[in-house]
Design a binder for this molecule. Structure first.
Ligand code: GAR
Length: 216
C-alpha cells in the first residue's frame, strides 16, 4: 500500500507542524510529509520543515491579485506533490472554493477554541472576556464557512481566574499537539467518514468523564 501523503500549510511559528514532524519521526504517525507551504516568507514553520529535511515552498499571498489566484497556486503545488490530505496548521488565510473543490473532504484545520464557540481570530482572549469556564481546541474538516466544518476531535481546557490570552494559549497548544497528530493518523488509517455534520471514527473509544469548573 502506498504511503499516505500530507501537505502542511502554516503561517506562523509552527509548533503544530513540529509535533506532526516529531510524531512522524517517532513512527506514531504513518504518513509522509510531502511538503510544507507558507504564505509568510519568515514563518518559523518553514525553518522547522527545512531542519527536518522536508520540502518547503513559500507562496506569498501578496503576489496574487485575488484569493482564488492564490488558491490556484496552492492547489497546483499540492497536486504536483500528490498530497492526499491538506493539513492547515496555523494557516491564517481564508481558503476559497478553488481549494475546497480540489480537495473535497480532504482539508483539515485546528482551531484554538471549542467550536462552535469562538470561531475566527483572537479566540483565547474572547473566551476569557466572555467569562467561559472552559475552552479548548478543535480539529475539523474545512468547509466554506469560517471554522464551521464537521468536527473530528476536541480537547477541553479549563479557563483559570488568572489566565491571560498567552497562558491560556499555551495550555491549549499542549492539547492541540495531542489531538492533531491523532486526527491525522485516524484519517491516514482510513477510519474517518463524514455523515452530514457528523464525523464517524471506526473503532474509537468514547470519553465518559464529565468536567466541572470550578470545583467546591
Ligand atoms: C494554533 O493555536 C492554531 O490553533 C491557531 O494558530 C496557532 C498556530 O500555532 N490557528 C488558528 O487560529 C486558525 N484560525 P503554531 O504555528 O505554533 O502551530
Amino acid at each position: 500500500m502506498s504511503i499516505f501523503r500530507i501537505g502542511v500549510l502554516a503561517s506562523g511559528g509552527g509548533t503544530n507542524l513540529q509535533t506532526i514532524i516529531d510524531h512522524q519521526k517517532a513512527g506514531k504517525l504513518t504518513v509522509e510529509i510531502a511538503l510544507v507551504i507558507s504564505n509568510n516568507p519568515t514563518a518559523g514553520a518553514l525553518q522547522r520543515a527545512q531542519a527536518a529535511g522536508i520540502k518547503t515552498l513559500c507562496i506569498n499571498h501578496r503576489d496574487y491579485n485575488s484569493r482564488e489566484d492564490f488558491d490556484r497556486a496552492l492547489v497546483s503545488a499540492l497536486k504536483d506533490n500528490d498530497v492526499n490530505l491538506v493539513v492547515l496548521a496555523g494557516f491564517m488565510r481564508i481558503i476559497t472554493d478553488v481549494m475546497l473543490n480540489a480537495f473535497v473532504h480532504r482539508i483539515i484545520n485546528i482551531h484554538p477554541a471549542l467550536l462552535p464557540a469562538f470561531p475566527g481570530i483572537n479566540v483565547q482572549q474572547q473566551a476569557i472576556d466572555y467569562g467561559a469556564r472552559f475552552s479548548g481546541c478543535t480539529v475539523h474538516f474545512v468547509d466554506g464557512g469560517v471554522d464551521t466544518g464537521p468536527i473530528i476531535i476536541q480537547a477541553v481546557v479549563p479557563i483559570l481566574p488568572q489566565d491571560t490570552a498567552s497562558s491560556l494559549s499555551e495550555r491549549i497548544l499542549e492539547q492541540e499537539h495531542r489531538i492533531y497528530p491523532q486526527a491525522i493518523q485516524w484519517i491516514a488509517e482510513g477510519r474517518v467518514s463524514i455523515e452530514g455534520r457528523k464525523v464517524m471514527i471506526a473503532d474509537s473509544a468514547d470519553c465518559e468523564s464529565t468536567l466541572i469548573n470550578p470545583i467546591s
